[in-house]
Design a protein around this ligand. Sequence first.
Ligand code: ZN
Length: 163
Amino acid sequence: MSEKPAKVADNVVVSMEYTLTVEGDVVDSSKEAGPIEFLQGHANIIPGLESELYGLKVGDSKEVTVEPANGYGELDDEAFQEVARSEFPDEITPEIGMELQMRQGEQIIEATVVELGDEMIKLDFNHPLAGKTLNFSVKVADLREATQEEKDHGHVHSHGHHH
Ligand code: ZN
């Protein structure tokens, strides 16, 4: 039997409670779904948060501020696109702030309606948290050694799935 890792390090599976606050609003939290699990050192989570977790022990809490460049990136001016209203599906009435999911080949991409013209609708394809400073409040709930397979894959196999 291997012992539990004493602290967060590369190739350790971290179970972590978190609350994400942006501009004073809680935008995400583990309160309902429970702690997230990820493999430290494999970019499973955003780099600005991952880099601050090294050395934390079970039960430790930390406040981490992540600038956009180390979070979801800066706002990309090129990620705005105008679409003709006539190309919009009839069943959708676009409103400012509406989030849309669109198919692009095999991928589903998300966009937010940011401007409504008479004939054009402007969409923002940036990640909703791009350009934002992220304030994380985290607590390490548990630590365990990764299996060799998890290390090879670079992610956690906590739910019995294999991919
Ligand atoms: Zn896998």
